[in-house]
Design a protein around this ligand. Structure first.
Ligand code: HEM
Length: 561
């Protein structure tokens, strides 16, 4: 049966309901809560203003917001306006404006109709702005990228992927530089060929698994198979370790990553109203447990013996070698390996400092291994689109058959991407529909966007949902139509299509996504016809949301004759 995408618990709405309940149920409770909340808010506001003062002190010479001139230097602009926006309510601010939408980004497009492309919102205790329109988004991410390269300071994020959620720093730049040869391997380089070989080997295993699943059952539960395949491709490529599919601890690792990936993609009112965090105590504890188990697995099964046996001066073979070499050579900026143990100790203690996460080599590794969840969730959604649209499936198969008939190779290789234009267009169209919003940015100094003033510490939402779904940018945006990316037989990517962001905080894994999704889809469709077990219309692939519940889709896989 096809289930909806809501199997994993709660989303922003449930927190909002909690806020509403807080304000409507019991008068005495409200009065008491209000008193406590006011105290917390005052403390919180004090913290924010102290933080802001510190930031402003750093930029004391700047009396007004800052622009960037053609030489990338800051220049002062004195004529800035305040962005328009709805009047904030007490305590919740404008959080209620986001309630009632399937995904909050739809609310941003609705607000833009009323207030214009730049909107000021007070979300609980967090001053925020919503940025609509490609020109304005480019101003934030590219031309003034250095003003807006911080990330939100949500407690929840601290437990999760640190590489994506930490502020910009020398360490972050170094981690990105170290990743480039591995996540963006040049075509036919050693890493490219290695990634391609590893992928092909695991895809053969996936095909065998699907065939044996078909023998036993009428339907194939596709997500667990795809996630395990992607996880093993990632661990083998980045760390040269391969795990048996029956290894329970490895399966636990995969499930933990998947749950965390789901969490990362949710928005909770408690992110903006920290006094609601106690209501989420159980979920927070769970998240801590998942991250703790992930770190233990990686430490015990991947790092320890590699670290001990590594000799400085050896030639790195994979990403983990580069990290270990950096640590052992004590290169600048320093990455501390030992702090892993320190952090685990802090987690086990009950002190407040357990939320302080230091930049560590281990985190750089686990964030990248965790990228497999993003790819796998995405691939399953592409398969759902394909099962839903028979003609799309037929077009891919014709393209694949034509390529393979022309040569002796029996599989579609990653290097074939530029030959299978339609298959690539299917990947792009799927990205357009499901890509999650760009991770929010934060202004690290006073600045401006499109002439509107932005204060240091303001959370910046970049509305790429609108870039993907606006009828003014796409013909029939709700329709799944891969051919919109093909013009005169060539693949064309419009400038406003930025599913992986742009600029200094852009996605470090997008080539991995492109390589893997292409090769999984092409090679599975070479072998099988995929069809839903229900009416095609019943397959739901939600717009603007990449993560999905544990196991939402079951398909019939039939061997092609
Ligand atoms: C379909 C899958 C994926 C999508 C749609 C996606 C999209 C994005 C987006 C929109 C951002 C934020 C860009 C910004 O803030 O300007 C991002 C950041 C990031 N992504 Fe991805 N991503 C995907 C898969 C991956 C994978 C597989 C990896 C790892 C191999 C990865 C690693 C990262 C990292 C490390 C960052 C943070 C970069 C930074 O803040 O400096 N992503 N991604």
């Amino acid at each position: 049966m096809i289930k909806s995408d809501q199997d994993y618990p709660t989303n922003a709405k449930s927190d909002c309901k909690a806020v509403m309940l807080l304000f409507s149920s019991n008068t005495l409770y409200i009065v008491m809560t209000f008193f406590v909340l006011t105290l917390i808010l005052i403390t919180n506001d004090l913290n924010i203003s102290v933080m802001r003062k510190k930031m402003l002190k750093k930029n004391e010479h700047r009396k007004y917001s800052v622009m960037v001139d053609e030489n990338n230097n800051d220049k002062v602009d004195e004529k800035l306006k305040e962005a328009p926006g709805p009047k904030p309510k007490m305590i919740v601010g404008n959080l209620d404006a986001l309630d009632g939408y399937e995904i909050p980004y739809q609310a941003f497009s609705v607000l833009a109709e009323k207030y214009g492309k730049i909107i000021k919102l007070q979300l609980g205790s967090v001053p925020s702005m919503v940025i609509n329109g490609m020109e304005n988004i480019k101003e934030v991410l590219v031309s003034k990228g250095q003003h807006f390269d911080s990330r939100p300071n949500f407690k929840r994020y601290h437990m999760l992927f640190t590489l994506a959620f930490c502020d910009w720093s020398e360490v972050q730049r170094t981690r990105r530089d170290m990743l480039i040869p591995h996540t963006f391997p040049r075509k036919f380089s050693m890493n490219f060929n290695r990634f391609s070989d590893i992928t092909m080997e695991h895809l053969q295993q996936l095909t065998v698994e699907i065939k044996s699943s078909m023998k036993e059952l009428k339907s194939v539960s596709v997500k667990p198979l795809v996630v395990s395949t992607c996880a093993n491709i990632f661990t083998e490529y980045f760390t040269s370790r391969n795990f048996d599919r029956d290894n329970e601890k490895f399966q636990k690792l995969i499930t933990n990553f998947d749950k965390i990936f789901w969490e990362v993609n949710q928005g909770y009112a408690s992110d903006f109203l920290p006094f609601l965090l106690p209501l989420r105590r159980n979920q927070m504890k769970q998240m801590e447990q998942w991250s703790h188990e992930i770190r233990n697995f990686i430490n015990e099964n991947i790092i320890t013996d590699r670290f001990e046996s590594w000799n400085v001066g050896d030639e790195p073979n994979d990403y983990i070698d580069s990290l270990i070499d950096h640590v052992k050579q004590k290169l600048q900026p320093r990455f501390e390996w030992e702090t892993v143990r320190e952090e685990i100790k802090l987690r086990n203690s009950n002190s407040l400092t357990k939320f302080i996460i230091f930049i560590k080599a281990l985190f750089a590794l686990e964030d990248i291994i965790g990228g497999h969840s993003a790819v796998a969730n995405f691939v399953v959604k592409v398969l759902a689109f394909i099962a839903k649209h028979k003609e799309v499936q037929k077009n891919i198969q014709e393209e694949v058959d034509k390529l393979l008939n022309e040569r002796s190779e029996h599989s579609v290789l990653i290097a074939d991407r530029n030959k299978l234009i339609y298959t690539e267009a299917v990947i792009m169209e799927s990205l357009r529909i499901v890509t999650s919003p760009i991770v929010p940015h934060v202004a690290n100094q006073d600045s401006s966007i499109d002439g509107y003033s932005v204060k240091a510490g303001t959370l910046i939402f970049l509305n790429n949902y609108d870039l993907n779904m606006s009828p003014s940018l796409w013909n029939e945006p709700e329709k799944f139509e891969p051919k919109r990316f093909i013009v005169d037989g060539r693949l064309v990517k419009p400038d406003h299509f930025i599913p992986f962001g742009v600029g200094r905080r852009s996605c470090m894994g997008y080539k991995m996504v492109q390589f893997l999704s292409f090769s999984i889809v092409a090679n599975l469709l070479k072998e099988f016809d995929i069809s839903p077990l229900c009416n095609e219309d019943e397959i739901k692939v939600p717009v603007g949301s990449l993560a999905m519940s544990e196991n939402p889709y079951q398909f019939a896989f039939n061997l092609r004759t």
